[in-house]
Design a protein around this ligand. Structure first.
Ligand code: HEC
Length: 468
């Protein structure tokens, strides 16, 4: 038996989107908090140097806003990510914990400092002397950024370690300082200033005192602009640090799908920041709120989705496939690849969570076994319902009910790992047969569509294309 876990299946959107939705909310909340911490530090330094105590009023307002929104939403979605990934990718999480447990422990310490810091910052304004408060704010900013830095090391290892070193040593250092760590950290550090500025505008829009409003905006708008520029530069650098499979995915699917949105949102955000910088008094809540929502949703969703998709077929470190199978040996961690063993013995024998009555394929249970195997082997990346948004397999098979053609796809491209974004899924004949029978029956159930969509021609082309 392999050390696999039960499969958690979410129809239509897959556990991938559940994770994605929670993740995007978390990124918006957390990046805003970290970016805002630095805006506070800069603003407070200005307040202290130029003796402008009224700026502290803005910091307090923004701080309370963060406490109520960012920190509550961030602290709910943070554990939410843990719950989601633990059921969606238990082995991925296990792999990360076995590399980074102390990094996470350190992150937790900084996070505690951050949370205490934000309360202290808000409630100690005017209660301690100004220099002490200023030091507190800078400590809060640095602790906040430290949480980001530590998490980015883990997230960027998920993409890949970048060289063979870590596979041999298994050391946390080799995992943490992976090839795209600095680029990734740069992207997030730049974008956190953009988020913090855009959220800051919502807070500033409500300020009655026009001088204060202008003074504050004239500090945060340029920081947001510089952050955005830096983020884009680091993103271009980041693209240079990606593994081949990620580059294929990027060229073939992601750039066509997201490039226009990303460029559009960059131009719109830059224009917005410049406009508000130039005419601070024109900033109103009815502009600031929709702009924030647009930037948060249209800017963060494609970015996070791209990063997740590019990593395919792996969930972590280019050694754990998204469908939880270990792709290769990792001598540094005494981990053995499982693909060949599965090819020889089959998932039905090796997976601990297969009900006994389904361990042998019979004419009675073939479709049920096929469904279970499809859920185990494919559903981390694909929905099984026709028309579903997460790369629906029935749609990818052009709705074809032709079982033999589907089996040929499984025995061809999938078995040989010909698609760089899919795992090598090599299964014994009877398992291939069960999956093909199940997928064919799903498609046969949706036969109302036009006859043209049922021809096997597109699949034949697919097999030929990927066979090369
Ligand atoms: C690691 C994630 C992953 C797993 C697991 C996976 N796929 Fe895919 N599959 C992809 C991606 C990514 C694409 C590219 C298309 C896209 O993004 O829409 C794809 C594309 C496809 C296509 C379209 C043809 C092509 O090559 O582009 C078919 C058919 C398909 N998958 C079937 C399956 C089946 C059947 C299984 C399970 C036995 C499976 N996939 C498992 C990620 C995966």
């Amino acid at each position: 038996m392999l050390g696999m876990y039960p499969t958690f299946y979410v129809p239509y959107i897959g556990s991938a989107w559940v994770m994605g939705i929670i993740g995007v909310i978390h990124v918006v909340a957390s990046h805003t908090s970290v970016g805002a911490a630095f805006l506070f530090a800069v603003l407070e330094t200005k307040a202290y140097r130029d003796d402008q105590p009224e700026i502290m009023g803005f910091i307090k307002r923004y701080g309370v806003f963060l406490l109520v929104f960012s920190y509550i939403i961030g602290s709910i979605t943070g554990p939410g990510i843990w719950y989601a990934i633990t059921v969606a990718s238990p082995r991925g999480v296990s792999g990360l914990i076995h590399n980074f447990v102390w990094v996470w422990a350190a992150e937790w310490v900084y996070f505690t400092v951050e949370v205490i810091g934000v309360y202290a910052l808000v409630y100690l304004i005017g209660k301690v002397d100004r220099l002490t408060h200023l030091k507190l704010t800078w400590s809060f900013a640095l602790a906040s950024w430290a949480t980001m830095l530590l998490i980015v090391g883990i997230l960027s290892f998920m993409m890949w370690p970048g060289n063979e070193g870590w596979y041999l040593t298994g050391s946390t250092n080799d995992a943490f300082y992976n090839i795209n760590f600095f680029a990734h950290l740069g992207v997030r550090t730049g974008s956190m200033f953009v988020m913090a500025a855009v959220v800051g505008f919502m807070v500033a829009a409500g300020i009655k005192d026009e001088d204060l409003k202008r003074g504050v905006i004239r500090v945060i708008a340029p920081i947001g602009l510089l952050g955005g520029l830096f983020s884009v530069m680091m993103f271009l650098y980041y693209l240079q640090t990606l593994p081949t499979n990620a580059k294929v995915m990027l060229q073939a699917y992601l750039i066509p799908a997201y490039a226009n949105t990303m460029i559009g949102i960059f131009v719109a955000t830059t224009a917005y920041l410049v406009f508000v910088w130039w005419k601070p008094h024109r900033l109103k809540l009815y502009i600031a709120v929709p702009m924030f929502l647009a930037i948060a949703v249209l800017g963060v969703w494609p970015e996070e989705r791209m990063r997740e998709s590019m990593r395919k077929p792996y969930v972590a470190g280019q050694y754990i496939y998204s469908n939880q199978v270990i792709a290769r040996d990792v001598p540094g961690k005494s981990i053995r690849g499982e693909v060949d063993l599965i090819a020889e013995k089959g998932l039905l024998k090796l997976h601990p969570f297969i009900p006994d009555r389904l361990r042998e394929v019979t004419d009675d249970n073939r479709l049920e076994v096929g469904e279970l195997l499809a859920k185990i082997a494919c559903a981390n990346c694909h929905a099984l319902e026709p028309g579903a948004p997460l790369r629906s397999i029935p749609d990818k098979l052009y709705g074809s009910p032709d079982k033999d053609m589907i089996a040929a796809f499984l025995r061809g491209p999938l078995k040989h790992g010909a698609a760089p974004y899919m795992p090598r899924i090599d299964l014994p004949d009877q398992e291939v047969d069960a999956i093909a029978a199940y997928l064919a029956s799903v498609n046969a159930g949706t036969l109302e569509k036009s006859a043209a969509s049922h021809t096997s021609a597109p699949i034949t082309a697919l097999i030929e294309r990927e066979g090369k």
